[in-house]
Structure formats: structure tokens, C-alpha cells
Design a protein around this ligand. Sequence first.
Ligand SMILES: [Mg+2]
Length: 321
Amino acid sequence: VPEFSLIRRLASLVPTSGADIECSIGDDGAVLCPDSGERLVVATDTLNEGTHFLPGADAGALGHKALAVNLSDLAAMGASPRWALLNLSLPREDAAWIEAFGSGFAGLAERTGVRLVGGDTCAGPLSLVVTVLGTQEPGRSLRRDGARPGDDVWVSGCLGDAALALERRLAGRPVEGRLAEALDAPEPRLALGRRLVGVAGACIDVSDGLLADLGHIATASGLGAVLTVADLPASPALAALEDDTRRWSLQLCGGDDYELCFTAPVAQRDTIRGIARDIDLRLTRVGSMEQGAAVRCRAPDGAAFRPARRAWEHFAGSDGG
Ligand SMILES: [Mg+2]
């Protein structure tokens, strides 16, 4: 793959400059200008064909998603995204693929104020590595270790749609509308993350399933948590599933949701409902933090609920970045 022409083509599709960029893509390094006193927040995530997405996945969707999953991490920190780097490994030179990928990446980059300031391409199995840099005021990060006993556990949007979409796609069934969007074009919750600064105790983005990711908050905070499965937010497609165990398992373990899970004191409930109205995003209270060391799930009859393991876990998983 001729590295120079591919990067140059990408750079013509994606925003690459701005007042806070002294030297952008095309030199040996980028020179960036955060405001004095700002903190840099950096996150990186890999999407590999066959592990994180299906072979033959739509290039435009991959362009969006490669950036979206990284912006989701910045959202979970309460940071504002500014710059991105992209490392692409491609099995062969493919101008149409680059065009579609670049358009998907550019669409989300333009909406979120992200400029591409560096990158690299090489020949190899299809792999997308994006690194995003954001900024925020000192001491304002939303972290995983800030939960307190008795805090509410909240989650944004709906859970399980991406996993249901993947399950259907793997079975060769058509996936459209809201379900396809959940899997192919997740929306990073940047506005929510910024609004949660000073409100939430702990925050994480849900990439590996609510159960695993709330588990990271619990571990980092030295606590346990209890989830009420009947309260988990479900889209109409999920709500239509008649098998409760299957629905709750998708919502708890499906992964690829890219919603935010956060904890907050009970006294913040009205503030959080106000944020939900302001940014027009569903925010649902799904449980609470407690003393202990595990995340347990409670079924409507009060019994412990244990999710079922499914085939899609091979594809929906990531390493928790
Ligand atoms: Mg994350």
C-alpha cells in the first residue's frame, strides 16, 4: 500500500487544521496548542477485522465507528475532543474503501470538532487504531474510582441493541433502522459527559456490557453494586423480545453499546433529570452502589439473575479501553 497517497487522500476528506494546530498531518509529528492550564485527555482503541467487526463490514460505518468508540472514552472522562491520529492496516490498496472510510470518519469528526493531525498506513490484515486527544479543566475528570456507597447507578440511552443487531447479522438476517444504527453508528455521549462533571461520582462508557463495565467502577471504587434488571432501558426492538433472560443478557453483557454508565448521590436525581431534558437523552436509574466487591443483578421476583453466555461475545468484546 503506497502510504503517502492513502494518507494524503484521507487528509483531503477529513478536517486537519485549526487555530489550535501549529503543524498537522504531513510532517514527522503534529504540533498542537492546548490552552495554557488545560489538561490533555488521551484515549486509544483498536478495531480488528474478525474480532471487533465482521469481515466485509461497510467501510463508511467503520470510519464512523473507529472514531466513535474513542470519542466515547473521552465522553466518559468528561473531556472535549480536539485531535485524532489514525493508524490503518489494509490488506490491499483500495481507493473506494478509503473514500468511504474517510467520509464516515469525516462526518463524525466535523460534528464533534475533531481534526486528524497524524496517521500511518501499512499493509496487513484490516485493523483500525485511532488515538484521540481532548482537553478539560484541571481536576475535572470523571473517573472510575469516585463511586460512594448508596450512590445511584445511571445509564444513558438503551442497552443491548448493538448485540441484538450483531446476533441477527450473524444469523444472516437483515438489520435496519435503529438496530443497525446502534451497531454501525454509535453516537458518543460527549454532551452528557461534559454535563456530568461535578454531578457524577464515577463514570465509564459501556463497551464490554454494563455488567463488566460497572464492575470496573465497583473495583476501582472498592465497592459492590446491585442492578435491577427490570429497570434496564430497552428500545422497542429489545422490549419486543419475549424471552426475559435473553433480553436481560443482551442488555447486561452484549457490549458495543457506547452509552455512559455513571454513579451519583441520591441528592443529584433532579439535576440528572434536568440534564436528560436539556440534552434530550434518556437517562435511567438502574441500581445502586453498595458495600462489597461484586456486581449482582436482581430479577423482578427478588431472586439473583445470572446472564446467559452467547456466541456474539466473540465479536462484541473489546479489551476494556
Ligand atoms: Mg472505555
